[in-house]
Ligand binder design. Sequence first.
Ligand code: GRF
Length: 204
Amino acid sequence: KKTAILISGRGSNMGALISAAMSPDYPAEITLVLSNRPDAKGLERAAELGIATAVVDHKDHAGDREAFEKSVDAVLKDHKIDLVALAGFMRILTPYLVNAWAGRMINIHPALLPSFKGLATHERALQEGVKLHGATVHYVSAEMDDGPIIMQGAVPVLDSDTPDTLAARVLNVEHQIYPKALSMVASGKAKVSGARVTGSGNSN
Ligand code: GRF
């Protein structure tokens, strides 16, 4: 399956997906990295690795989310993309793009959903005093950080944690579960059945 990764920043999850996809039996091929920010660090890394890159700058479509998404969709179609993996893509999507890619677009969120949707998940996890935290790969639906859960990875929260130390522990888990989850989706092993995804299991 031809897969595009959408990023906005450093692209460490992108890197993990690209490395995994280099193995010959991996069911997804990363053929495009698209960023909404021309200065995203991940773009340089993707280009070094020989992957096609594209920029659709949201600032060129100021205030018009659907026009922005139409441009993104056009680039994805040009590249004959089958699957889209959001990896630190910091734009809220409208139903336009979500519906166009329903069942073919996945995201990683740095929390154990449905807890801690949105931003600053590690700060909020520490504030709430949870003892387990982690990351979730899920299908993208119209609600932000919602949609059927494909895979989760959990980490302990330590008394000594700061948002940064906790973020680093979660990021490590992100890099493990995202390649596994994309593989399950691309091979058809993860099946959506109502609100649930079956067949993908648990990474812990
Ligand atoms: C990750 O923590 C991801 O879960 C979140 O944004 C961060 C992106 O990091 N949505 P990177 O660009 O993959 O390094």
